[in-house]
Each structure stands twice: as C-alpha cells, then as structure tokens.
Design a protein around this ligand. Structure first.
Ligand SMILES: NC(=O)c1ccc[n+]([C@@H]2O[C@H](COP(=O)([O-])OP(=O)(O)OC[C@H]3O[C@@H](n4cnc5c(N)ncnc54)[C@H](OP(=O)(O)O)[C@@H]3O)[C@@H](O)[C@H]2O)c1
Length: 375
C-alpha cells in the first residue's frame, strides 16, 4: 500500500465528520433546495453515507431534469460504498436504479416532454449490441452520479420510459438487477440464443438478479429452479414461479443435484460468482450456457474446463445491458404484466437502514427508498 492509499481513509473520515454536522455546509438557504445522499470520497464503510441539502440542479443543453420518486438498491451499491473496486477520489451520488418524472427540459432535447415518467439507464455510451467498453461503471458510481437525490439531471439519452403499469417504486427496481437478468436470459442484442418456451433455467441464490430471472424466464414458458442458503425463502420463491428449490449450503454439490432432478439446464444464471462455476457446469445440459455476473463467490481454482468441453457448453460474461435492451425489457414487463418483488420501502431519511437490510441477505426482493416528498 502506498502513502496516497494510506492517507485516503483519514481524509475521508475527516470529511465525513464535517459533512455529518447537520447542514453546516452544502446547505444553501432559500427555495430551490433539495435533499440528496452522497458517498464521501474515500468511503470504505456505511459511515461514508451522508445526507446533504444542496441547490436543485438545472438541465443544460441535451439534458432533462427528473424529479425522483423512488430508487432501489443493488449489490453493487454496497461494493461502491465500501470501496471494493477502489475507494472513490470524489464524493458521488450513489444508486443506479431510480424512477420519476421529467420536470424540465434543456435546449435541443427531442422526444421527451415535461410529465413523462422515466427511469435512468444504467450504462452510458452503450446504445445497442455488445458492451462498448466505454460504458463506465454505471449510474451511481465514482465516474457517474446516480439517482439518490430529489432531483437529478440526466442526458436525454440516459432516460427510458417507465413501464406503463408499474408504480414508481416498482419501476425503480428495473435498471440494474432486472436488466442484468434480461441480458443473462437473452444475451446482448441481436438476441441469438434467448431462453425459450420449454427451456430449463437454473438461477443461483435468491438475490434480485435471480428473482427477475425467475419472472422473465417463467413468462416465456421456461421452467426455473433456484438455489438458496435460506430455507425460509423457499415458499416465496415458489410463489414467484420457481418450480424447484435447492439449498446450496446443505447441498454443496447443488449443480449435480439439479442435473439429476432435471437432466440439465439450457441456461444457468450464475449470480454467485466464479467459485460456483464447477457446480454451474455440472448443472448444464449439452450446449447449455452459463451467464456469469456474480461477484459473491470467488474462484480458488480454475473451473473444470474439461467438463465444459464435454458438454459443448459456454460461459458468457454479463454486464447489465444496453439502452436498447433496457427498452426491450420495459416492453416485456408491460406485455407480460411483470411485477417486481419489493421486500421493503424505506423513507429518504432511512437510507443507512435500507443499505443494512440489502446487505444482510435477509430481504426477498428489492429494497426501495421513497424519495419524492422527502421535504
Ligand atoms: N456483472 C454485472 O453486470 C452485475 C449486475 C448485477 C449484479 N451483479 C452481481 O450479481 C450478484 C447478485 O446481484 P443481486 O443484485 O441479485 O444481489 P443481491 O440481491 O444483493 O443478492 C443477495 C443474495 O445473493 C445470494 N448469494 C450470496 N452469496 C451467494 C453465493 N455464494 N452463491 C449464490 N448466491 C449467493 C443470497 O441468496 P440466498 O439468501 O437465497 O442464499 C443473497 O440473499 C452480486 O454479486 C452482484 O454484484 C453483477
């Protein structure tokens, strides 16, 4: 560790203390203020979360101002708060997933009107096809301010119409976990090998990516099995549409167990991580595919590539999805009447408690924060 790295937590702690003093700074008086939360520069723990009152932003050319109604948390929000990918050199507004209403439009914006209900789009510079490598870390990261604010300014191409039949809280569940599940099941556009009616899908864990995988796969007529470490989540998983549940703690060979019960899966949505690849391969049917996005279980050894070869199977990395894929997913949600599962909705003042529940693994469904009217 170099000197610069050693100094960051101290500076961060100092800033956090200063910012925690109730609104002594960043609190311009008068109309036009708003509340927001930031992750402080150098944050490595929940102490980095700080609420501020700041001036409401104005949209510039090519931008829209969105009044945020609700946001939802994802696993990555914990990683970014704790500096798992490297501590942030700057304060940033966290959280990728938010829904609200356009309340002002900057010069030159076409296709959007005041009053439109929208969500943010996770990645920048990724309109269609496979990842561009210029898409960044997504909304709510050190290089891209997010949605945990009463008002946010977004580039016009960075918003998508919210599903017509969902509440703002439900719409706020879609941009990251749901789109990741969509991409896991369909691939990137054009969709060459989507999960189809009659396919079998295995989704690992009952995190939110897995739960959206259940909903989307079930809607096309596929059968979905989930794994969990908590038997208490079995009934909820069945109610959502899972046809079978396997406890991955009491069955460390859950992939083999799943294969024996099903004769193999066309798709494994691996939300666990590289450490789960061998069991994911064991679960696959010939020519099956693992969509890999999980970061929980790190691999301690290379995967069983011979088993992968013998099945003619493949592993595909999954990175949320493109703007066009997001729009396809929204159409699908509307067409099939998909209802995002919400575990609990918190008030804007209770953001640390929302992060705590999301980190606990106890929640079944999305952890939501109501932003509008935080006043
Ligand atoms: N690459 C990408 O673009 C991308 C996008 C989204 C998410 N992700 C990653 O995908 C993973 C899931 O995201 P999420 O939003 O669904 O997370 P989440 O909602 O926070 O998931 C929490 C659940 O994950 C399950 N879990 C934890 N450790 C596990 C393990 N070793 N094996 C299997 N399941 C495990 C647990 O399920 P049970 O309680 O049922 O045991 C836990 O309740 C995370 O690692 C996240 O960082 C990656």
């Amino acid at each position: 560790m170099n000197h610069a790295q050693l100094r960051v937590p101290k500076i961060a702690a100092f800033r956090t203390i200063i910012r925690s003093l109730p609104f002594l700074i960043d609190n311009p008086k008068g109309d036009g203020n708003m509340k927001r939360w930031i992750v402080s520069a150098g944050s490595t723990s929940e102490r980095g979360l700080v609420m501020q009152e700041v001036a409401r932003p104005e949209p510039g050319a090519g931008e829209v101002l969105v009044r945020v109604d609700a946001v939802s948390l994802n696993a990555r929000d914990q990683l970014l708060l704790r500096g798992t990918f490297g501590v942030s050199p700057r304060d940033f507004v966290p959280v990728s997933d938010g829904a609200g209403e356009i309340v002002a439009i900057g010069a030159g914006v076409e296709g959007w009107a005041v009053g439109d209900k929208v969500t943010g789009i996770f990645h920048r510079n990724w309109t269609d096809g496979p990842p561009t490598q210029g898409q960044g870390w997504g909304l709510g990261s050190p290089d891209d301010d997010g949605m945990l604010a009463e008002y946010v300014v977004l580039r016009a191409e960075r918003v998508a119409a919210a599903p017509k039949k969902l509440t703002p809280e439900e719409a706020a569940c879609l941009p990251c976990a749901a789109l990741t599940a969509w991409t896991a099941l369909n691939g990137d556009r054009p969709y060459r090998n989507p999960v189809r009616k009659g396919d079998k899908v295995l989704a690992t864990g009952t995190g939110t990516v897995a739960l959206f995988s259940v909903l989307f796969a079930k809607a096309v007529g596929a059968a979905v099995v989930v794994t969990t470490s908590r038997d208490g989540k079995s009934a909820q998983s069945r109610a959502l549409g899972a046809s079978d549940i396997i406890n991955y703690k009491t069955h460390p060979n859950w992939g083999e167990v799943a294969f024996e019960r099903s004769e193999g899966f066309q798709r494994v949505v691996n939300a666990g991580g590289g450490g789960e690849l061998d069991q994911s391969i064991a679960a696959l049917a010939p020519s099956g595919e693992i969509a890999l996005m999980g970061l929980y279980a790190q691999a301690s050894a290379p995967p069983n590539l011979v088993a992968l070869m013998m099945k003619g199977a493949s592993i595909r990395g999954t990175s949320v999805g493109s703007a066009m894929a997001h729009r396809d997913m929204v159409d699908f949600v509307d067409t099939h009447g998909i209802k995002p599962p919400i575990a609990k909705a918190f008030a804007m003042s209770d953001v640390p408690a929302a992060y705590e529940l999301a980190a606990s693994g106890e929640a079944f469904g999305k952890v939501v924060i109501r932003v509008a009217g935080a006043g």
